[in-house]
Design a binder for this molecule. Structure first.
Ligand code: FAD
Ligand code: NAP
Length: 474
């Protein structure tokens, strides 16, 4: 038997898969609305919440991470429970989940990288930025990766904000990194890094970069690094000039780049070089599988029918001697078994946030998507708020016609019994707060914002230790 969900006697049961920004904004919108009584379970693969705010946002960008205070307030609502260290897929299947919840929201982000599709991409020393970022931020799935920083030259492919983060982390001094919450293993490796020259490679021109003014301006604050730009590269073609006339953001980027070009080389120990209108066409190894150089083709811009300025090769090649390549050309979603996936776009197939079958577009009742999993891997943290609110609006509109789960299954205890029966060691919000406090305390001892636990066993052990310390001794 099922009562109408959304009443005090039978709240609407919602699972949010993913505790990143989009998951929290969806939870906030559900908890704020007054139409229906709700009971929300937020499930994340990791023992820790906040998604890319913890594992993506650069460790030297502490102010941005303050957004987690808002998420903490959402999580403090008694109608929300957090289940960390539970992965949809291996731990609980799509079919199983559907038996406990009236509605499911996928907030799973984009967990992997796009590929260049060129020879040599898998040579040793060629890395997706996604992995480097996850490594330096202490993501448990990536903390055992190694990056050989004994090379003096690195190419970063792509000119988005992630490329800027990667270039900056490689260019900061150990003293600058020490002031951040970078993972200890990364701090140690970067301390003995020999990287001196970081080449940031754009396939289009300086007027088409994707990074934002603040990320570009911030490079001026680096203590040991010069920004090198050839003034000739900032001469714009007619198409670019026309395109930027009404774009203040691009104009400001160009002003900042001209400023860097005018300063030039001040002989600091490290350099970030910007190279425009070049595409990597082959990553070349030393015969033993190690990257030693990258072959670049020069490009020109041309307007497509839609007016977009695309790049194409002009058959003019050069090589750049680098021992490492960071491919920072974007993230990509991964399919979850049972959930429709748009292969080409790398997102959960959806119609304005309602999950829908790929190709036919038929709506899958009771399933929704938000954030990067919904619209692809673009947008800053704040972009996810209106996006999640829009999906929640559809969820509420669908309540009168949904197929509710049986009341016995809708009981919140039914889901916790399932986790116990499966012997899944899930992490509650209270446990996460113990872990958080332990990290911050470890940071205070070393004058750092926090020192992260970087493996799941260490996280669970720290939680157990904190709980044991709380238990009064007889
Ligand atoms: C390197 C980097 C730096 C960034 N820096 C900034 C910045 O400085 N400022 C800014 O405004 N924006 C920044 N962004 C953008 C911002 O991080 C994103 O807009 C935002 O995190 C997307 O939110 P999301 O909830 O869709 O995905 P995510 O933040 O990726 O959250 C997804 C969550 O889902 C969980 N998950 C995935 N699969 C499963 C599963 N099967 N079962 C259970 N849980 C699962 C993951 O563990 C994760 O916690 C940055 C992005 C990147 C990549
Ligand atoms: N501080 C912050 O606010 C911050 C920090 C990090 C990330 N973010 C956000 O997170 C999102 C993701 O960032 P992102 O940097 O991963 O993605 P992005 O902004 O989409 O940038 C991707 C870059 O890769 C290039 N590229 C794509 N395919 C390529 C190829 N085959 N060859 C060469 N270059 C290629 C793109 O060039 P084209 O333009 O030519 O396609 C672009 O320069 C963005 O919205 C970003 O703003 C924000």
């Amino acid at each position: 038997m099922s009562a109408q969900p959304g009443t005090p006697a039978r709240p609407l049961r919602v699972a949010i898969i993913g505790a990143g920004p989009s998951g929290f904004y969806a939870a906030q919108a559900l908890l704020k609305q007054k139409e229906y009584q709700v009971s929300v379970d937020m499930i994340d693969h990791l023992p820790t919440p906040y998604g890319l705010v913890r594992y993506g946002v650069a460790p030297d960008h502490q102010k941005i991470k303050a957004v987690t205070r808002l998420y903490d307030r959402v999580a403090g609502d008694p109608r929300l429970r957090f289940f960390g260290h539970v992965t949809m897929g291996p731990d609980i299947s799509h079919e199983e989940l559907k038996t406990y919840y009236d509605q499911i929201v996928y907030a799973v982000g984009a967990q992997t990288d796009k590929r260049l599709g060129i020879p040599g991409e898998d040579l040793r020393g060629s890395h997706p930025a996604t992995e480097f970022v996850a490594w330096y931020n202490g993501h448990p799935d990536f903390s055992d990766r190694t990056f050989d920083l004994s090379t003096e030259a690195v190419a970063v492919i792509g000119v988005g904000n992630v490329a800027m983060d990667v270039a900056r982390i490689l260019a900061l001094s150990p003293e600058e990194l020490e002031r951040s919450d970078i993972a200890d293993h990364a701090l140690l490796a970067l301390r003995s890094s020999r990287v001196k020259d970081i080449y940031v490679i754009a396939r289009r021109g300086p007027a088409q970069v994707k990074f934002t003014n603040s990320e570009l301006r911030e490079l001026a604050e680096m203590e040991v690094t010069d920004v090198i730009i050839d003034p000739a590269d900032l001469e714009l073609d007619a198409h670019s000039q026309a395109a930027i006339a009404a774009n203040r953001g691009v104009q400001t980027n160009l002003e900042i780049m001209r400023h860097y070009a005018a300063i030039g080389d001040t002989h600091r120990p490290k350099n970030i070089h910007f190279l425009f209108l070049r595409s990597p066409v082959e990553i070349i190894g030393d015969g033993q599988g190690q990257v030693v150089r990258v072959k670049l083709e020069r490009n020109e811009l041309y307007p497509t029918e839609s007016g977009y300025l695309a790049s194409r090769g002009i058959g003019d090649y050069e090589t750049l001697e680098v021992g490492m390549i960071m491919r920072s050309i974007g993230y990509r979603g991964q399919p979850i078994p049972g959930v429709p996936f748009h292969e080409r776009w790398g997102i959960i197939s959806n119609t304005e946030g309602r999950v829908s079958q790929y190709k036919s577009g038929e709506i899958v009742p009771g399933e929704y998507v938000v954030g990067w999993a919904k619209r692809g891997p673009t947008g800053i943290i704040g972009t996810n708020k209106p996006d999640s609110v829009a999906t929640v609006r559809h969820m509420l509109a669908d309540v009168p016609t949904l197929q509710p789960v049986p009341d016995s299954q809708a009981d919140p205890l039914a889901f916790t019994s399932f986790l116990h029966d499966r012997q899944l060691r899930y992490v509650t919000w209270e446990e996460w707060k113990l872990l958080d406090a332990a990290e911050v305390a470890a940071g205070e001892r070393r004058g750092r914002p926090r020192v992260k636990f970087v493996t799941v066993p260490d996280m669970l052990a720290a939680i157990d230790a904190a709980k044991a310390a709380q238990t009064p001794h007889r």
